[in-house]
Design a protein around this ligand. Structure first.
Ligand SMILES: CC(C)(COP(=O)(O)OP(=O)(O)OC[C@H]1O[C@@H](n2cnc3c(N)ncnc32)[C@H](O)[C@@H]1OP(=O)(O)O)[C@@H](O)C(=O)NCCC(=O)NCCS
Length: 169
């Protein structure tokens, strides 16, 4: 399988915030944002792998800024690294600023997806060939994050997490 560029999986989802999607202080409910990120990221993973994909793990979410009712929210998801059957997907969330007309980054998240066949068995996927400086940086950190996720899920022994251990040396 030919390696694919991150750009090939790039997925952009733009939507607004309705009253039914907010919390008691009229800002976007965290679970609603998680669902939107999962949707965008799953499309990116599907575009990269060309297969059915399932969410295996939510590795990191940072709700840096709240998102007011009525905001225009743009979610950008791109595969940041592909392994055998699993993919890391990076998600950046932006909100249109009413006064400056510029987009402000409010949130970042990292999800892991696994490509599966119609019986749910993991299948092989193409590798990723990062291009930009940011894509290379995210690619390089992905193995460490995969190992952390597997250790936390009880699927890898901490002693075997070589990339993770190297951080502390
Ligand atoms: C995700 C799933 C397919 C993994 O199945 P599995 O039997 O653990 O398969 P494997 O152990 O072969 O793992 C498959 C890949 O997923 C990776 N993986 C599994 N769990 C992971 C985790 N928690 N974090 C990161 N990667 C994970 C493995 O490292 C492996 O990666 P690789 O093939 O790229 O090396 C299976 O657990 C599943 O179907 N889960 C439910 C998914 C779902 O319903 N999601 C929606 C939530 S409502």
């Amino acid at each position: 399988m030919e390696p694919k560029k991150p750009q090939a999986s790039k997925t952009i989802l733009t939507d607004t915030v309705l009253p039914s999607e907010t919390n008691a202080i009229h800002t976007l409910f965290g679970g609603e944002l998680l669902a939107r990120m999962d949707r965008a990221a799953s499309i990116a993973a599907k575009r990269h792998s060309g297969q059915i994909v399932v969410t295996a793990s939510v590795n990191h979410v940072a709700f840096k800024h709240s998102v007011p009712l009525g905001s225009i929210v743009t979610i950008e998801a791109k595969v940041s690294r592909a392994f055998k059957s699993s993919m890391e997907v990076y998600i950046d969330v932006w909100v249109d600023n009413k006064t400056s007309k510029k987009s402000v980054k409010v949130n970042e998240a990292i999800f892991t997806f696994v490509a599966v066949d119609d019986k749910g068995t993991p299948v092989l996927i193409p590798q990723l060939a990062p291009e930009s400086e940011q894509e290379i940086q995210r690619f390089q950190g992905a193995l460490r994050r995969k190992q952390l996720s597997l250790v936390l899920a009880g699927k890898m022994k901490a002693q075997e997490a070589t990339e993770l251990k190297a951080l502390f040396k």
